[in-house]
Design a protein around this ligand. Sequence first.
Ligand SMILES: NC(=O)c1ccc[n+]([C@@H]2O[C@H](COP(=O)([O-])OP(=O)(O)OC[C@H]3O[C@@H](n4cnc5c(N)ncnc54)[C@H](OP(=O)(O)O)[C@@H]3O)[C@@H](O)[C@H]2O)c1
Length: 247
Amino acid sequence: MSSRVAIVTGAGRGLGSAIASGLAAEGVSVVLAGRTPDHLTMVEKEILDHGGTALSVPTDVTDPDSVRRLFQTSVDRFSRLDVLVNNAGVTGQTKLADLDDAEWHRIFDTNVNGMFLCTRAAGELFADAGRGRAINVASVFGLLGRPGFTAYCASKGAVINFTRAAAAEWARFGSQINAVAPGYFATDINAELRADIAATDKVLRRIPAHRMGDPAELANLVTYLALQAPDFLTGQTIAIDGGESSI
Ligand SMILES: NC(=O)c1ccc[n+]([C@@H]2O[C@H](COP(=O)([O-])OP(=O)(O)OC[C@H]3O[C@@H](n4cnc5c(N)ncnc54)[C@H](OP(=O)(O)O)[C@@H]3O)[C@@H](O)[C@H]2O)c1
């Protein structure tokens, strides 16, 4: 059997690059999707240097034509798709009273519409093949309410309930879709917070594990859901947050 193939969005840096490398280490051929070509080619080189297979496809997940090209290029190269990881995401901290339309749409266009476009495209391939798995990277902010993050919390809540509904449809054709809900992991997305020692201390105090996660820990969970989890596990959201959402 030829090796399994995964598309990972937002694979050029942060959690997405760790997920792509984790899948590649398990022998999965990985299609790296993201907006910044230089980031993608750096991750691609690292995977190739470790003996893996990767292909960079510059993609804006908010653009339907770009998403179509991503899936077409992947299928042209690998002739199959086994796994989609919807990881591309953006955040923003603005009080609701100051949240303008553009900021609301910026967050929803990537976190919700981008996830929808990619999942719909993968679903067509999975239905034809009678198998396939998608993993959506949500957030503990999709399970909890946090002041200043209304748009982000709402977008990740949408990802979590999208996952439930899509799972109910996909079960008929033998495919699974689950979500992970990360707590804090040190990446560019929270660089501003981490530059503020007092604010970081406040965050760490409310995490029972008193630390941020290591991207490799998230990559392990996503790899498990993509490759090893039982077929009967679908529609679920697994928090990986040092206990933040359990208290
Ligand atoms: N780090 C955390 O603490 C944390 C916690 C909870 C959830 N998450 C979620 O985890 C995911 C990854 O976050 P991260 O921490 O790795 O953030 P990050 O370092 O800021 O990376 C975000 C990634 O998303 C990509 N991206 C953004 N908009 C895109 C678009 N329109 N089309 C294609 N790619 C796009 C970026 O690609 P470019 O570089 O090309 O722009 C980048 O690769 C996000 O969904 C985030 O909400 C992160």
